[in-house]
Design a binder for this molecule. Sequence first.
Ligand SMILES: [Zn+2]
Length: 330
Amino acid sequence: MSSEPLARLVEHMPDGILYVPLPTPFPVGPVNCYVLLDAPVTVIDPGMIWADSTAQFEAALATAGRSVADVDQVLVTHGHPDHFGAAGWLADEADATVLCGRAEEPKLTGQMDRARMGGIVGRLGIPDDMQSTFRSFYEGVRELTHPVSAPRLTLLDDGDTLRAGGRDWQVHVTPGHSVGHASLYDPETRVLLSGDHLLACITPNPVLEPDPDSPDGRRRSLVEYLASLDRFIRLDPLLVLPGHGPRFCDVPSLTTSMRHHHDARADEILGIVERLGDATPYELSGELFPNIADFAVMLGVSEVVGHLDLLEDDGRLVRGTQHPQRYAAR
Ligand SMILES: [Zn+2]
């Protein structure tokens, strides 16, 4: 995680797109909502049911001569609460369709199987009392979301085309930050709506996610994330409208900076493993981020696990067979 811009920032907004920053209670700050104003009127990431967020959203729509009733569809880039929290509310108010990447469905409908996550975090060495802290965090956040009813949902796959705001957008579903994360790209104007997959000032957290088909029971989020970057370099967008922070251009230099960041972070984690002899992902997270607490611990462990996967792939670390898992240098 870094706060330095890793990309060239851009001031202007394209015609026909309204930018609406909306508040969240999270350290990341506001979430960027966008409204594609031409038919079908499409809202990207309508924020949360928190503070006066929905009132701010309605006031912003009014400045563009639109109201909630004009909204035809809501696109959720990924099922994290700061992005989808108000989607169910907005869809019900506007009688609109909600679109998201296929694998995000259980997050939007409130059907996530948290028990599966319990098994994963146990293997990573996270103590039981920490796990109950995570549970209370999830319960608190659920209050700030309005689940989407399944009949309203249309699920998107990589390679689909979506008509929105008078244009045909390519749908790019790329796992990494969230398994079914969807970005939209308009090849004509070369605008990319990147959600949290590409951000100007933050390397997206490779959030831990269950995968019943893998031996570890989890996705290899950072490995999958890095594998997705080449396609965004090839798209070569002129303007990226991200889910948080400033808009930007020059994806090639952004991805180069991100790869350097991840290489340096992997080296740093390897150094800690060498110093300790062997360690669980939770212990490594405590060494790397000594001052974090509560739910931030989960994000710290995600960050560590992502880099442990890279180091294991490079043959620089080995993972023991004990429970919880311990890693040692080769
Ligand atoms: Zn976000």
